[in-house]
Design a protein around this ligand. Structure first.
Ligand code: FO1
Length: 324
């Protein structure tokens, strides 16, 4: 091997530490970090465990927004502006559905519909949700495993001042306006983790909790039988990226939901929710002043910029997490 080739190999090895990783993820916020991790680690050694509490059946189709957001993002085909769906979509099918009198508040693009048709067909043919997710990520060329938290439906129900709403009804149809009084994960008592979920947590050298909503993105995953306990057993290797910066959500209505349910809307508030299973909480420099009180909850604190607007910022945060 020439000196140059050797040098190249060494640089590659340094850029791509072969850590075995597991990540717990919601949708848009998580995908930013996942894209950075995908670029900075060996993607074949990254397992992503995804929230499926957001899943909904509409027009007879099984829609799994967070699975699709993560898959499309890692496949490099997500609509970057929205963070979900595919770019340059048309909505002809949805318009026809509307003309038939169906509720059309959830924007399903014509090309995105192919994913929901395919998933629904696979399920009707007897495949599990995990098998469908595996087929879709392979077809789209994603090298990391993408695991639904469970094969059983566990819809997130938001109890509000307007009554109980499915999470998508709360978020998309009602634009997160109703006041949140409680959150439930329906049927979670009977749900079991999808194959590979607990193994991924047990076998990873580092487990990353992505900057997703602690209550409705990470919360449902933690509620599936055995997941929280598996994380507790790996506490020192669990690194959580705080989704609240300076008292505001990085993405979505986390801050509003935390506040309405009486939690402290801060990095410390998130730390309290994660204290039993998190070894290190990554907080933004904006929350540096809370580091001491967070440490008193029994976890380390790493102060690292967590706002990811550019690809370079996503990769930088990922590199920092791998270097911890
Ligand atoms: N979010 C919206 O705010 N409005 C929509 O109409 C919408 C449609 C949609 C379709 C497919 C998909 O995979 C995601 C979609 N999302 C939409 C995003 C989704 O509601 C949430 O962002 C996630 O469930 C939270 O992670």
């Amino acid at each position: 091997m020439s000196g140059a080739a050797r040098g190249k190999k060494v640089r590659r090895a340094r850029r791509r530490p072969a850590l075995k990783l597991a990540a717990l993820a919601g949708g848009v916020g998580a995908s930013k970090l996942l894209l950075g991790l995908y670029a900075e680690c060996d993607p074949a050694r990254l397992d992503v465990i995804v929230n499926t509490g957001d899943d909904i059946v509409l027009h007879g189709l099984r829609i799994s927004p967070d699975l699709d957001i993560v898959t499309y993002t890692l496949a490099g085909i997500v609509d970057d502006a929205k963070g979900w769906g595919l770019p340059g979509e048309t909505f002809h099918a949805l318009e026809r559905l509307r003309a038939y009198g169906r509720e059309a508040w959830f924007n399903l693009g014509d090309r995105d519909l192919a994913t929901h048709l395919h998933r629904t067909a696979l399920l009707a043919e007897g495949k599990t949700l995990a098998e469908a997710a595996e087929a879709i990520r392979r077809a789209l060329g994603v090298k990391s495993r993408i695991l639904p938290m469970s094969n059983q439906p566990v819809p997130t129900i938001i109890d509000t001042n307007e009554g109980p709403l499915h999470f998508q009804e709360y978020l998309v149809k009602r634009r997160a306006e109703p006041v949140v009084r409680g959150i439930r994960f329906e049927n979670v008592e009977t749900a079991v983790p999808a194959p590979g979920v607990l193994e991924a947590i047990r076998e990873a050298q580092r487990i990353i909790i992505c900057p997703s909503n602690p209550l409705i993105s990470i919360g449902p995953i933690l509620a599936v039988r055995g997941v929280r306990e598996a994380l507790q057993a790996r506490k020192k290797d669990v690194v959580a990226v705080c989704p609240i910066v300076g008292g505001k959500s990085l993405k979505g209505p986390s801050d509003r939901m935390l506040g309405q349910l009486g939690y402290e809307v801060s990095a410390r508030g998130v730390a309290r929710l994660y204290a039993d299973f998190t070894g290190t909480l990554v907080v933004d420099p904006a929350d540096r002043a809370q580091a001491t009180s967070i440490r008193s909850l029994g976890m380390d604190v790493a102060v690292i910029p967590t706002v990811m607007r550019t690809p370079a910022q996503k990769r930088k945060l990922a590199r920092a997490l791998l270097a911890l």
